[in-house]
Design a protein around this ligand. Structure first.
Ligand code: PMP
Ligand code: GLN
Length: 382
């Protein structure tokens, strides 16, 4: 995160993963699956490499992938997009977030996020020169507080950066909550940038894309990524879609961040986006079973568990074990019990960090036997 001195530090994911590797702990910190995604996609990437798709892709992405992204938005959400002018492929959602914020916000603007917020938001808002304002997501359900939200939006708000389903808190916002966000954006003429990388990872609740709500499409940039949906986090293929003028601004900045994104992965992701419904149903049901295994282990360890409605992550309150500093605990946990987790306060400004001081985030996108082993190690916390 951008520190008080304006310098960027190593990310918490980098730090905790390094610690997990050094101690041999089970890494439930950084969110990445321990099994590969669909074989048909891996084969498509391999075939693309073998057939010479190894030089620069077009800056905005290969046509087949832009068409597949538009077709996905139409098939799942009824959104109509022109693949040529309304879709840009990026190097993961991370680049999409950076390009959108750098293109559209700057000094004198406020960018509003919920808090806790995904770490790259704070860093890139800092790089853009805008001011980062926040509205809290509080226990036990970590949904928006609509009064606080209304108070946080003003005519200085240039962008509302939404993350739904929410990392780190695991909440999936309701239609009423999203509708209020859109109303506020309209009232104050703010754009909405919505990071929906966990769009297919929800457990019995519906994911509602912001762009589908009345009055939203013309001011909303939607970001997603192949990493989470297809369990290929290392491929770093993401995308942005929305109104042509906003997408063009993102594309202009993207040229100078990465120019273009990994060529052979693009046809493979296009194949993934066209997979049958059964695949998309399967990812959330298998993930839900994993969530439940870890939740039971965490409860048995004496932690208060907040069951997520979506994402890869369960949050717990360690206060019942007498913990008052989750960050200190997260740095000791690998040595203590052989499991790594992420402290929630690192996703906050100081006030939010105080509110979340005893919360830890555990990733459950791992094989059942790994989660069971983690659960038995965590029992040592009691
Ligand atoms: N946004 C959120 C909320 C995330 O959790 C992540 C990590 N998957 C990203 C963005 C970054 O995605 P990518 O790996 O595609 O850059
Ligand atoms: N999105 C992943 C998480 O929240 C990590 C991505 C990263 O390491 N930057 O755990």
């Amino acid at each position: 995160l951008l520190g008080a001195d304006g310098r960027l530090d190593a990310t918490i994911f980098e730090e905790i993963t390094t610690l997990a590797v050094r101690t041999g702990a089970i890494n439930l910190g950084q969110g990445f699956p321990d099994e590969d995604g669909p074989r048909i996609m891996a084969e498509a990437a391999r075939d693309a490499i073998a057939s010479g798709a190894n030089q620069y892709a077009p800056g905005k992405g290969i046509p087949a992938l832009r068409e597949a992204i538009a077709a996905h938005q139409q098939r799942f959400y009824g959104l109509e997009l022109d693949p040529d002018s309304q879709v840009v492929v990026t190097t993961g959602a991370t680049e999409a977030i950076a390009a959108a914020l750098l293109a559209l916000t700057g000094p004198g603007d406020e960018v509003l996020t919920f808090e806790p917020f995904y770490d790259s938001y704070g860093a890139v808002i800092g790089l853009s020169g805008a001011t980062h304002t926040t509205s809290p997501l509080a226990a036990p359900d970590f949904h928006p507080d609509l009064e606080a939200l209304e108070a946080a939006v003003s005519d200085r708000t240039r962008a509302i950066l939404v993350n739904n389903p929410h990392n780190p808190m695991g909440s999936v916002f309701t239609r009423a909550e999203l509708t209020r966000i859109v109303e506020l954006a309209n009232r104050h003429d703010a754009i909405i940038i919505t990071d929906e990388v966990y769009e297919h990872l929800t457990f019995g609740v519906e994911h509602i894309p912001v762009a589908t709500l009345p009055g939203a499409a013309e001011r909303t940039l939607t970001i997603s990524s192949a990493g989470k949906t297809f369990s290929f986090t290392g491929w770093k293929v993401g995308w942005v879609s929305g109104p042509a003028e906003l997408v063009a601004a993102v594309r202009t900045v993207k040229q100078f961040l990465s120019y273009s994104s990994g060529t052979p992965f693009q046809p493979a992701v296009a194949a993934g986006l066209a997979l049958e419904q059964e695949f998309f149903n399967g990812i959330s049901s298998s993930l839900q079973a994993k969530r439940d295994i870890l939740a039971e282990g965490l409860r048995a360890a004496g932690l208060e568990v907040f069951l997520p409605e979506g994402t890869y992550f369960i949050n717990v309150d360690a206060a019942p074990l007498g913990v008052t500093d989750a960050t200190a605990l997260a740095y000791r946990l690998p040595e203590l019990v052989g499991v790594a987790a992420i402290p929630v306060p690192v996703f906050c400004h100081p006030e939010g960090a105080e509110r979340t001081k005893s919360l830890l985030r555990f990733a459950f996108c791992k094989r059942a036997e790994v989660l069971e082993e983690a659960a038995s190690r965590l029992a040592g916390l009691r």
